[in-house]
Design a protein around this ligand. Structure first.
Ligand code: AMP
Length: 189
């Protein structure tokens, strides 16, 4: 079983690459951002709560996010593995993930971090905002907050898995295919 965490700041290309990797390695792709957007689109209580945070570029509290992720994992008992995109984003989420996987006799195989510099991220997100319809992609202040939150709260997750020798950094600048090849090389190594 291959359980991968695709890591990196907002706009680093996680969603695009996770979709391609899921197809190639027959993994279940779980994006917590997509799950929240689905709930928001349906105006569910969870979606309304998440919106309070997402609209500002802050993280949705762990108490909400971890339960939602666990429910989703439980829906695929027969999968060949998972590729998580946008989770874990805090140390508490990392610890919870390790516990959830351990209960299922599973473990994180590797964390692959896409490295892209901040100004390039801002440019990419503003560009994506023109068509994504995402309010959090259209306002430069919200984008800058998301990048700051990544540095403050999410970047430590890299070190958490690095201590277990599971973290790898991948150059996230290039064509989609170039970056995909770099990721596949790491997965197969
Ligand atoms: P994304 O689509 O991954 O960029 O996520 C969009 C927004 O959803 C983020 O800016 C957060 O507000 C929220 N979000 C997504 N995943 C998480 C997570 N694992 N923990 C907390 N908030 C999250």
């Amino acid at each position: 079983m291959i359980n991968i965490i695709l890591f990196g700041p907002p706009g680093s290309g996680k969603g695009t690459q996770a979709t391609k990797l899921a197809e190639k390695y027959e993994l279940i792709h779980i994006s917590t951002g997509d799950l929240f957007r689905y709930e928001m689109g349906n105006d569910t209580p969870l979606g309304l709560k998440a919106k309070e945070y997402i609209s500002k570029g802050d993280l949705v509290p762990d108490s909400i996010t971890i339960g939602m992720l666990e429910n989703k994992l439980n829906k695929h008992p027969d999968s060949k593995g998972f590729i998580l995109d946008g989770f874990p984003r805090t140390i508490a989420q990392s610890e919870a993930l390790d516990e959830i996987y351990a209960k299922k006799n599973m473990a994180v195989k590797c964390l692959l971090a896409l490295n892209v510099e901040d100004e390039e991220l801002v440019k990419r997100l503003l560009e994506r905002g023109k068509t994504s319809g995402r309010a959090d992609d259209s306002d430069v202040n919200i984008i800058r907050n998301r990048i700051k939150v990544y540095g403050d709260e999410t970047a430590p997750v890299y070190n958490y898995y690095d201590k277990q020798n599971l973290s790898k950094t991948i150059n996230g600048v290039g064509t989609i295919e170039e970056i995909f090849d770099r990721l596949c090389t790491q997965i197969e190594a």
